[in-house]
Design a protein around this ligand. Structure first.
Ligand code: DX5
Ligand code: ZN
Length: 214
């Protein structure tokens, strides 16, 4: 079944706790938390202490997307803050296999994300260790950007690799997902959708989420 992971990057930061409770009530499956360090991406957002405080607010799995350089230095803090899935960027890790093992050593689900210019083949030798793959369909750093349809072929290729490998690996897509782009992404094989501006920019969160469940 398709899962929806609303990105709180587009939520009202003055009321994050209430926003998370509202999307939980509206039918979200995960809470997507975009962590940006101002170095790997040109923006600074949420740190581990905020995740720790927000942990008490919801029972949903916290899907933490680390857009940071040197992710190994931060994995422990985000694991202890109560993340359920920790996703790092292949481009930011020098020894990706080691970084994945580090996430797993804390008993967390391990995800790897790739930016639009990165080939899915960088995952070939770590695929079987992964719980989740996150395909970026915008260049990471900001919410509300335009969906890059060039990534659809990558999603299809990864769906095929996952089927071949036979392991249960979630294929998540992040960036520019809305009621217009969702069909192409689901047809290509995504099973977890991240959406920020589409959900939080709408009047009714439940309606927005149901429009993505095609
Ligand atoms: C981008 C983030 C996304 C972003 C999605 O760097 O990783 O999660 O918030 O926002 P929308 O859905 O507005 O593209
Ligand atoms: Zn994200």
């Amino acid at each position: 079944m398709l899962k929806i992971s609303p990105s709180i990057l587009s939520a009202d930061f003055a009321n994050l706790g209430q926003e998370i409770q509202a999307i939980e009530k509206a039918g979200a499956d995960y809470i997507h938390i975009d962590v940006m360090d101002g170095s790997f991406v040109p923006n600074i957002t949420i740190g581990n202490e905020v995740v720790k405080s927000l942990r008490k607010i919801s029972k949903l799995p916290y899907d933490v997307h680390l857009m940071v350089d040197n992710p190994d230095a931060h994995i422990k803090a985000f694991a202890e803050a109560g993340s359920d899935i920790i996703t790092i960027h292949a481009e930011a890790s020098t020894h990706l296999d080691r970084s994945i093992e580090l996430i797993k050593s804390f008993g967390k689900k391990a995800g790897v994300s790739i930016v639009p210019s990165t080939s899915e083949d960088v995952l070939n030798y770590v695929l079987e260790k992964l719980d989740l793959i996150l395909v970026m369909t915008v260049n990471p750093g900001f919410g509300g950007q335009k969906f890059l349809s060039s990534q659809l072929r990558k999603i299809e290729n990864l769906r095929n690799k996952i089927e071949k490998c036979g392991k249960k690996i979630e294929l998540e897509v992040d960036g520019g997902i809305n009621d217009k782009t969702v069909k192409s992404v689901v047809d290509a094989g995504a099973d977890v959708l991240v959406a920020g501006s589409f959900i939080f920019g709408s009047e009714n969160y439940a309606d927005a989420i149901s429009k993505l469940r095609i």
